[in-house]
Design a protein around this ligand. Structure first.
Ligand code: FO1
Length: 323
């Protein structure tokens, strides 16, 4: 384990919550080029003939300083002329594609059709937009998340946006996972010397992190990697900081808590960061053999993001030094 300024870091992330910590990491690392952010692509879908990759784009816009800070997804200063015109023609408007945002879907789709890989396209678009870290999709192969609900199976964005997470969730499927290969840059980073930590961002474990773990080879590479794997709880005070994590847990018979998140990641993580509000759960989590850090985890300001990033890096350094 390398605790010096030249350590490399891998972060596993979904969209909005994960991107906040990734931004904090970029801010506090001496060289953000040493951070590789692995994005969930289970949310990806084809819509209006375009390949849409919401978590990749949320990470890209956030790290490029272009994100819409109100929604967390999409671009700042966005307009909706395309959606309005589409609606007037009777087209599908349940999924909002802003006028500026449209460009990334059109350009990615065009390049995918020429045979370029999603990871190569992402690297190039990130460089063009000035993203300081490396962002890679978990896989170049499609692994769409299917949400099994009381209304039947739903494609992820149909569940999440069109149905507003209303149907009760029975489970999740990661379609195509068995045939998928992880991105080479991701697996190489886990095996590379000088890895300081793997950080599981405070994203939804079911729909953002589990799809990454479902890609064959990922869990083995995480188990083999010598750096500490540290997760940050997306649940604070029994509620999700954002999104349907708590609702999904309750629907699956799991009382939403930071401790339940730590249990979900049992066997994968060496360290767990939970919020001050959940301090009473710390000793029970520590008793399972996982190192525990209690810290403010709600990231409202830029300073909050940087503070949590510093906490996670220092925690990783201590675990690494002890191991
Ligand atoms: N989320 C919404 O709730 N409504 C939308 O219309 C919507 C459009 C959208 C367009 C591009 C994009 O990159 C993300 C978008 N999101 C939208 C967010 C996205 O559906 C989810 O936040 C993620 O998939 C969950 O991480």
């Amino acid at each position: 384990m390398t605790s010096s300024a030249d350590a490399r870091y891998v972060a596993l992330s979904g969209g909005v919550g994960g991107a906040k910590l990734a931004l904090g990491l970029c801010d506090v690392l001496a060289d953000p080029g040493r951070l590789i952010v692995v994005a969930n692509t289970g949310d990806d879908f084809e819509h209006l003939g375009l390949k849409v990759c919401p978590d990749l784009d949320t990470l890209t816009y956030t790290l490029a300083g272009l994100a819409n800070e109100e929604t967390g997804w999409g671009r700042a200063g966005e307009s909706g002329a395309f959606m309005e015109a589409l609606g007037a023609l009777g087209g599908e408007t349940w999924f909002f594609l802003g006028d500026k945002d449209l460009a990334i879907h059109v350009e990615r789709t065009r390049r995918l059709r020429t045979g370029e890989s999603l990871s190569a396209i992402t690297s190039d678009l990130c460089a063009r937009l000035g993203v300081p870290a490396r962002i890679v999709p978990m896989s170049d192969d499609p692994v769409p998340t299917i949400v099994e609900t009381e209304d039947g199976p739903l494609a992820f964005q149909h569940y999440f946006v069109r149905e507003r997470c209303r149907p009760r969730v029975l489970g999740f499927r990661h379609e195509g996972a068995a045939q998928a290969r992880p991105c080479a840059a991701f697996i190489d980073a886990l095996g590379a010397p000088g890895l300081g930590a793997v950080i599981v961002c405070p994203s939804n474990p079911y729909i953002s992190i589990d799809p990454i773990l479902a890609v064959p080879g990922v869990q083995g590479a995480l188990a083999a990697c010598r750096a500490p794997v540290i997760a940050v709880s997306p649940i604070v005070g029994g509620k999700a900081v954002k999104g349907p994590t708590a609702k999904m847990m309750a629907e699956r018979g799991i009382a939403p808590s930071a401790a339940a998140i730590a249990r979900h990641y049992a066997g994968l993580i060496d360290g767990f960061v939970l919020d001050e509000a959940d301090r009473p759960q710390a000793s029970a989590i520590a008793a399972t053999g996982v190192a525990v850090e209690v810290a403010p985890t709600v990231m409202t300001s830029r300073a909050d993001k940087q503070a949590l990033a510093r906490t996670v890096l220092a925690f990783a350094g201590r675990i690494g030094a002890a191991g």
